[in-house]
Design a protein around this ligand. Structure first.
Ligand code: UN1
Length: 499
């Protein structure tokens, strides 16, 4: 399929792809695939006003009816899965199966949110006063700003969008400047769902396209009570304090530096498969990608030998080819950053295998590189830094306590895992004195989470939770009510105040 047929199959018309100032490139070969128009910050007051007016209507639509809109979105996404998946591959360079997987993740969260729309449960609380009832109710909170990253250009939006919509909130989405086309195509799916729904308010969902000034306008608006932002810790450091300073609620999903502990009893063949998928899948550009391998000294050499063999045969190339497992990095800067980090690792005593630019047998103009395996003498500063690329640092440990300490001794706290057949080790890793991450797995890699669980992490990862479990509570305001149905007015805590 040609680039223009992928774009038009995803519902993007040629004229809207050639009239603006934002150039979009495909990581496949670096070609410019579109120049699109950007939102201007002067338009923001009107955008926010539309969202606020949509909120006044949408908050009163019964939640199960709001769920119907998300059910229709799920239908639209099912119908557009192949086309949207191909666009993800074109615009961010994911291999075909991962592009499709990303759309599946969107469909899954829609299904989840539809069920949720009948389960926005509050509580009944025992009152200490006779003839009184206490209750907790969850109400819509207002427009939700969604700032998404290039690496999951549509799935992470859908986690936020599906929940925000059933929770009664309009949404304003600012996608990464690197992936506006996938955003436009996904937003069209929602617009089709809205049209079929019939009576959704105008401005229920708006897409804003552009760079940091557009993001800043969203982040600084007092009329957008929730900002859910995915991206680097550097970005979160700017967004988080700004949202808090105006009493908004940030939901941050930032950097990760995810580790796997491989214990002596581990099923090594299974571990190798999990390691390779999570370290080199998505060319190491998931926030959950495996970046650190902490291996028991008794199996270290054996595992490293197996990994070297697996890495040597990894098909790097055009993400559209069915046998490719490692596509390009998002751009040349990402490859330059990876190479620079490998140099630093070498200067800290690292023994680097792989990490070489690939020029032959791949489309020219793309940033192709072989994934790197780096044997490190210790957890140095470079290891403790997240590099958004397929670099896997391998280190040794002697006892589990030391391994858990290493796992936790990084600034980030997103995902983690242990491979072991030993129940004591597994449960210790999951216990209060185990992994300090938002996600902790046993005999599964750190990436590729299902939508049913809450997604996010601690420390520099930002503390936010999105997607499943009760993450929906982040998109609503909680109201505690005490109802007196007696003829008395007793005060709490036995206070007497007779007049
Ligand atoms: C991300 O990289 O920002 O768990 C999200 C995973 C995916 C989501 C990753 N379900 O790897």
């Amino acid at each position: 399929m040609t680039y223009s047929s992928i774009l038009s199959s995803a519902g993007l018309a040629p004229k809207e792809l050639s009239r603006g100032s934002l150039a979009v490139h495909s990581p496949i070969d670096g070609a410019e695939i579109a120049t699109i128009s950007e939102t201007v910050s002067q338009d923001f007051p009107a955008i926010i006003a539309r969202a606020q007016s949509a909120f006044r209507q949408w908050r009163s639509v019964p939640a199960p009816r709001r769920g119907e809109l998300v059910r229709l979105l799920g239908e639209e996404l099912r119908a557009a899965k192949d086309e949207l998946g191909a666009l993800v591959t074109l615009e961010v360079g994911k291999i075909t199966s991962e592009g499709l997987g990303e759309v599946q993740e969107m469909i899954d969260i829609c299904d989840f949110a539809v069920g949720l729309s009948r389960q926005l449960y509050g509580l009944t609380i025992a009152s200490e006063r006779p003839g009184h009832r206490m209750a907790e109710t969850w109400h819509p909170i207002g427009p939700v700003g969604i700032i998404s990253a290039f690496n999951f250009p549509v799935a992470v939006w859908s986690w936020n969008a599906a929940l925000a919509l059933v929770c009664g909130n309009p949404i304003i989405w600012k996608p990464s400047e690197k992936s506006p086309l996938t955003a436009m195509a996904a937003h069209r799916c929602l617009e089709r769902a809205i049209a079929r729904f019939g009576d959704a308010p105008d401005g229920l969902s708006q897409l804003v396209i552009g760079g940091p000034d557009i993001g800043a306008a969203l982040v600084e608006s007092r009329d957008v009570p929730v900002i859910s932002a995915t991206g680097s810790t550097r970005m979160g450091n700017i967004v988080g304090p700004k949202v808090l300073a105006r009493w908004g609620r940030p939901i941050l999903e930032l950097g990760g530096n995810n580790a796997m502990i491989v214990a002596p009893s581990a099923d090594l063949d299974m571990a190798v498969r999990a390691i390779v998928f999570s370290a080199v899948g998505t060319a190491g550009q998931r926030c959950t990608s495996l970046r650190r391998l902490i291996v028991h000294e008794s199996i270290h050499d054996d595992l490293v030998a197996k990994l070297k063999a697996a890495y040597a045969s990894l098909p790097v190339g055009d993400p559209r080819e069915s046998d490719t497992l490692v596509g390009p990095l998002v751009d040349a800067e990402a490859r330059a950053r990876m190479l620079a980090q490998l140099e630093k690792a070498r200067s800290e005593g690292g023994n680097v295998h792989g990490g070489e630019a690939v020029k032959m047998g791949v489309p020219q103009g793309g940033a192709y590189i072989t994934p790197a395996l780096v044997e490190m003498p210790a957890q140095t500063d470079t290891v403790r830094t997240e590099t958004f690329a397929p670099i896997l640092y391998v280190m040794r440990y002697a006892n589990l306590e030391e391994a858990i300490e290493m796992q936790n001794d990084v600034p980030q706290g997103l995902s983690s895992c242990i491979f072991t057949m030993n129940l004591r080790e597994a449960e210790t890793f999951l216990s209060a004195s185990g992994s300090d991450c938002g996600i902790a797995n046993v005999n599964i890699g750190p990436s590729g989470a299902e939508i049913g669980g809450a997604f996010g992490g601690e420390k520099e990862t930002g503390g936010g939770r999105e997607s499943g479990s009760d993450a929906w509570k982040g998109y609503m305001r909680r109201q505690t009510s005490t109802i007196n149905y007696s003829a008395e007015l007793p005060l709490a805590q036995g206070v007497r105040f007779d007049i």
